[in-house]
Design a protein around this ligand. Structure first.
Ligand SMILES: *Cc1c(COP(=O)(O)O)cnc(C)c1O
Length: 385
């Protein structure tokens, strides 16, 4: 019944966890779900008010332009200049997206032919791999290993593969490992991309969720990056707007145009009232980001100490709202440990293998809940370990 591209997708590994979670809830167990990366905090009120106001304006009820309102793209350019020290031409170097996931997935259709090779980090946000597969192309996995700071070792990529590869996905600050990258790494990536003629698609939705003085650079901040790539960013995590579906891609104008052509044939842009709210987010007061970060930092510290005292080995992340933890000795797999936590403690985590085979040996905890619940989860885990 389905097209080959659907049959070719890997099985959805979180399905078993989802089923066991529902089972536990049916039994009356009070489940604490630390598996999902979706902000629990509300969108700041000034952004909601901007939407309400814009929703009443009939000018916003018609089809939006494909590339997004110029005013929104100007707001993005101003934000990138102020926060990332990157200059962008709002006309040609910014494209509005219906959430960055949409742009990431459609990029595969803009740049890959059937049979092409794409370099995909592993473990990773599953959309990179699955978009490549749906485009009929072949993912080549770049393992993200702890001893290499969860960054791909570009020197280890076979020259033949590098020559063949059409594009590379990257994501720092990283989901699921919470690893960060510095501009030195991005410089290596740009050199590699120039040498092998590879398109770089850098995904940066956690660029503002950083702690302890760390600031996440833009990939485009490196000289030559704009010649080889684009960066995806989103209002989802920065302003607690996952449900609103607004993000953007910035960088190389020719690449953005390819993505725009795909989009003009599939979607009809982002609701203008949401774009107006996006302008309020990007140009309005930015204290909400600092407040958000302070909340996540406090939660991170509680979870980090709680898990450590339960005997779990992990690093304190400088960015994202995830903790990437090693499974304790004695457990045969990420999935086995995740099921153990769910059945014995009523705590849901994301098994590392849900993000790819190199996620084996780890689980991901998310910080999207009250600190009291995090404490409760840690207490339950301490008891069963
Ligand atoms: C959350 C997330 C996204 C998707 O964000 P949207 O803009 O809401 O589509 C993209 N990439 C990564 C790595 C994410 O964690």
């Amino acid at each position: 019944m389905y097209a080959d591209r659907i049959n070719a997708l890997p099985p959805y590994l979180f399905a078993e966890i989802d089923r066991k979670k529902r089972e536990a809830e049916r039994k009356g167990i009070n489940v604490i779900d630390m598996g999902i990366g979706d902000p629990d905090l509300p969108t700041p009120p000034h952004i909601v008010e901007a939407l309400c106001h814009a929703a009443g304006d009939p000018a916003n009820h018609r089809y939006p332009t494909y590339e997004g309102m110029l005013a929104f793209r100007e707001a993005v350019a101003g934000w990138y200049r102020r926060r990332k020290h990157v200059n962008l031409d709002p006309d040609s170097e910014v494209l509005t997206l219906i959430g960055s996931k949409e742009g990431i997935a459609h990029s595969a259709f803009a740049f890959l032919n059937p049979g092409d090779t794409a370099l995909v980090p592993n473990p990773a946000y599953p959309v990179y791999n699955n978009a490549v597969i749906m485009a009929g192309s072949v993912p080549f996995y770049m393992p993200l290993l702890e001893e290499e700071g969860f960054k791909p070792d570009l020197d280890r990529i076979d020259v033949d593969v590098a020559k063949r590869a059409k594009l590379m996905f990257l994501n720092y600050p990283n989901n699921p490992t919470a690893a960060t990258a510095d501009t030195e790494f991005f410089r290596e990536v740009v050199d590699f991309a120039h040498e092998h003629q590879i398109i770089v698609l850098h995904d940066n939705p956690y660029s503002e969720l950083t702690f302890d003085g760390y600031e996440a650079p833009s990939f485009l901040g490196v000289r030559g990056a704009k010649e080889v790539g684009i960066e995806f960013n989103s209002l989802s995590k920065t302003y607690n707007m996952t449900g609103w579906r607004i993000g953007f891609a910035v960088g190389n104008s020719e690449l953005l145009n390819g993505l725009r052509v795909v989009k003009t044939n599939i979607d009809s842009g982002t609701f203008q009232a949401v774009q107006v709210a996006g302008i309020a987010a990007l140009t309005g007061p930015q204290e909400c980001i600092r407040e958000n970060v302070a909340v996540y930092r406090a939660r991170r510290d509680v979870l980090f100490e709680g898990l450590q005292s339960a005997g779990i080995e992990l690093r304190k992340p400088e960015a994202t709202f995830y903790l990437w933890a090693r499974i304790p000795p004695g457990f045969s797999s990420s999935m086995a440990f995740s099921i153990f936590l769910l059945e014995r403690a009523g705590v849901v985590v994301a098994p590392g293998t849900g993000f790819g085979e190199y996620g084996e040996g780890y689980v991901r905890f998310s910080l999207c809940m009250d600190v009291e619940l995090i404490e409760e989860a840690c207490e339950r885990i301490r008891r069963i370990l």
